[in-house]
Ligand binder design. Structure first.
Ligand SMILES: NC(=O)C1=CN([C@@H]2O[C@H](COP(=O)(O)OP(=O)(O)OC[C@H]3O[C@@H](n4cnc5c(N)ncnc54)[C@H](O)[C@@H]3O)[C@@H](O)[C@H]2O)C=CC1
Ligand SMILES: O=C(O)C(=O)CO
Length: 386
């Protein structure tokens, strides 16, 4: 028999057994669970990605709820194991839940939580950082300095792109895409073109008002356009940032043909999910177009990179850190814990997952509700009136 995974136990006599497959930042989430009679077991095994078998062994014979991670495969096997152990609550510590088979969760009556909102600005800030770093070739220039190649100022040294007056393209103008668009429009006075299945009315109003403000101050106004196709964005924008969810409609959304539609000196940023971009085609495109640049936070075969990507000077790569600020990660842990706790306590579901601030205020008790359950309709869960 395999050795049991290492766990740290809080409140051993708690009535409800809750597992967290990873240690998470902050202590508020731990306190909230133990105050509500949960025995919390945090897996401390030194293994970055737990397998399905590892998680089955953590669930054991009795488990009321699990807080899991985006690196884990939550499908039929795990939901049936959780259900056999009496559990009806699971939450990803992430807003994206493409690692979760929601139909399987529905089949076993397990609520699936996620953590929207608390990571919107943090993720958008990383996308903006990658956009700037790529435009101004910051990583290349930093490497050049460190290896002692700098021997004096030169007119052609690391010439990059000026963002002001250029066009930023956003694909997927939801919470994060809209926050990113605002940063680029407001911060760098870029014009906006976006593509989404839905109209981003608030974003459009913001750009209109900001354009009017600039004009009233004698400056060139910024503009916006909702594209009727993704191809329109690819052809027109100078910087393109990807922010859709990952599902079968967005798998390889950016492929060889679509890369070829982009401007030769364009910048592509991906802080959504790796498989939204065909990474093999991307490597070929980077090789053939040295002035085309990318900033990537996510990878198709994460944690691995496709062959050749790491050698490309025109690529900036970071290890899926877009939501990695202390406040955000602690907030994500809190929302994930409250999703699980809320379902265990049979609380209703919060009515607006875009407005989760009341759960994050450290100075007050969180509302008696589950902050965000993605399958609440399928499970017929009631909605909070708070
Ligand atoms: N790199 C990282 O650390 C992080 C990555 N993410 C990723 O970002 C994604 C988006 O997060 P939010 O903005 O909070 O979600 P959201 O649901 O507010 O926005 C997603 C947008 O994508 C649009 N969309 C869906 N299918 C589309 C398609 N085929 N073409 C164009 N647009 C489409 C939706 O209409 C929606 O407006 C998450 O699902 C997650 O995968 C989120 C947080 C951190
Ligand atoms: O929340 C997500 O979806 C992430 O990728 C990590 O923050």
């Amino acid at each position: 028999m395999a050795k049991p995974l290492q766990v740290e136990v809080y409140n051993p006599n708690g009535k409800y057994r809750v597992i967290s497959t990873k240690s998470m930042p902050g202590t508020r989430w731990i306190n909230l669970l133990i105050e509500q009679d949960c025995r919390l077991e945090i897996c401390t095994q030194k293994k970055t990605i737990l397998s399905v078998e590892d998680i089955i062994s953590l669930i054991g014979d009795k488990c009321d709820g699990v807080i899991g991670q985006l690196t884990e495969e939550w499908g039929e096997t795990l939901f049936s194991a959780l259900s056999r152990a009496g559990g009806k609550a699971f939450s990803n510590m992430a807003v994206g839940y493409n690692n979760v088979d929601v139909n399987a969760a529905n089949k076993y009556g397990v609520a699936v939580g996620n953590t929207p909102g608390v990571l919107t600005e943090t993720t958008a800030e990383l996308a903006a950082s990658l956009s700037l770093s790529a435009a101004r070739r910051i990583v290349e220039a930093d490497e050049f300095m460190r290896v002692g190649l700098y021997d004096g100022w030169l007119p052609h040294l690391f010439v990059g792109n000026l963002l002001k007056g250029q066009t930023v393209g956003v694909i997927g103008a939801g919470r994060i895409g809209s926050a990113y668009a605002r940063m680029m429009v407001e911060g760098f006075k870029m014009n906006l073109i976006y593509y989404d299945l839905y109209q981003a009315t608030r974003l459009e109003k913001f750009v209109t008002a900001y354009g009017q403000f600039l004009e009233a101050n004698g400056e060139q106004p910024v503009t916006w356009k909702r594209a009727s196709s993704m191809e329109e964005v690819l052809r027109e924008a100078d910087v393109i940032s990807l922010h859709p969810i990952l599902d079968k409609t967005t798998y390889h959304l950016v492929n060889k043909e679509r890369l070829a539609m982009m401007k030769k000196e364009a910048i592509l940023v991906n802080c959504s999910r790796g498989p939204v971009v065909d990474e093999v085609a991307l490597v070929e495109h980077l090789k053939a177009n040295p002035m085309f640049r990318v900033g990537l936070d996510v990878f198709e075969d994460e944690p691995y990179m496709k062959p050749g990507l790491a050698d490309m000077k025109n690529a900036i790569v970071v290890p899926h850190i877009a939501s990695a600020s202390k406040w955000t990660r602690e907030g994500m842990a809190t929302l994930a814990a409250l999703n699980v706790l809320g379902k265990i306590k049979e609380y209703p579901v919060w009515s607006d997952p875009n407005r989760v601030e009341p759960f994050l205020d450290e100075n007050s008790r969180p509302p008696a509700a589950c902050p965000s359950i993605v399958n609440s309709k399928a499970l017929g869960l009631s909605v909070s009136k708070l």
